[in-house]
Write a protein that binds this ligand. Structure first.
Ligand code: UDP
Ligand code: MG
Length: 313
């Protein structure tokens, strides 16, 4: 059993893999620990898998997991953690935005007895202003909405001790927001500040649509406040409607004038209608998730595993 496992989700990253190997392996060698790297091919359609098998042929400490299709970043991480056998498991992106050298600092904290060491992005100048602002806003809003102490500006670049990994594996939920789930675990946790480098090559595998879906998973998975928001909004609308009703009656009694305009009427109806639709949408978000969870399908399907164990038999 290696002491350290590094889990790397990989989706169409053929351009970065050789560089990843040449930077990560020396760092792990210098750590003084025995190690393995678990690379999870999340249904890549480029040369990723053939490159990975080529790398694994000359390095037995590489374990490869190929998923049967693209299941998404969070499930790829989950698949990797289930395969990892190390006493400490580090999760990092393939694109070298998470500098492998930081892993050494994480290991130091692990030796001090921490169960979770998460990377805190102190600078992310390489990301677009849009991504930086929306991410900063999202992490702060989510923090307000949930009781779980999810540290702001952290990604999935983190180290988990064996008992933290085992506890995480007991959380069967499908809509996985791994960084929040790890925060929920508790244990001794500490942050390591690091500078997020630009992507080494290729382009982001997180287009806006995936980013929104991910953010929704975070919000809905960690808070029922949006559901309560619907109730509060209902009360506000009811108060406004009552006020408007009172105003109309006063006008009728005091001024003797009936309010003519149907514009205001239409406006109020449209407002109430849209508030109801929003509330239905919020409820739908949760009901949809209940439906997906209740089906109890496996989280992902593995196509092939290449590891020292499978190679010998
Ligand atoms: N990734 C994955 N499956 C996906 C999307 C991304 O395994 O469906 C991997 C990707 O190869 C990378 C990591 O997840 O190693 C983070 O993706 P990316 O760097 O594109 O995200 P960004 O840093 O732009 O948010
Ligand atoms: Mg990236």
């Amino acid at each position: 059993m290696p002491e350290v496992s590094v889990v790397v989700p990989v989706y169409n990253e053929a351009e970065v893999l050789p560089e990843l190997a040449s930077r990560l392996v020396p760092v792990l060698e210098s750590s003084g620990c025995s190690w393995e790297v678990v690379l999870v091919d999340d249904g890549s359609t480029d040369a990723t898998w053939s490159l990975l098998t080529g790398l694994a042929a000359s390095e037995p400490r590489l374990t490869l997991v190929r998923l049967s299709r693209n299941f998404g970043h969070q499930l790829a991480i989950t698949a990797g953690m289930e395969q990892a056998t190390g006493d400490a498991v580090v999760v990092m992106d393939a694109d070298l935005q998470d500098p492998p050298e930081v892993v050494l600092q994480m290991l130091d904290h692990w030796r001090e007895g921490y169960d979770v060491v998460y990377g805190v992005r102190v600078e992310r100048t390489e990301d677009t202003a849009f991504k930086r602002t929306t991410a900063a806003l999202f992490y702060r809003v989510l923090r307000q909405l949930t009781r779980v102490d999810i540290p702001v500006d952290t990604g999935d670049f983190r180290l988990l001790s064996r008992r933290a990994v085992d506890a995480l594996r007991r959380m069967p939920e499908r809509a996985r927001y791994v960084r929040g789930m790890v925060a929920w675990l508790g244990f001794r946790q500490i942050g390591v500040p690091y500078r997020r480098d630009p992507r080494f090559a290729g382009s982001t595998k997180y287009p806006l649509g995936k980013m929104i879906a991910f953010a929704t998973d975070g919000m809905v998975g960690f808070s029922v406040v949006p559901l309560r928001l619907a109730t509060s909004l209902g009360f506000v609308m009811a108060a406004a409607a009552l006020g408007y009703f009172g105003y109309a009656v006063c006008m009728k009694l005091l001024v003797g004038r009936v309010i003519q305009g149907w514009t205001s009427l239409v406006a109020v109806v449209a407002l109430i209608g849209s508030a109801q639709l929003i509330c239905l949408g919020i409820i739908g978000e949760y009901v949809g998730r209940i439906y997906l969870e209740v089906k109890g399908r496996p989280l992902y399907v593995v196509d092939t595993v290449v590891s020292a164990r499978t190679r010998t038999c």
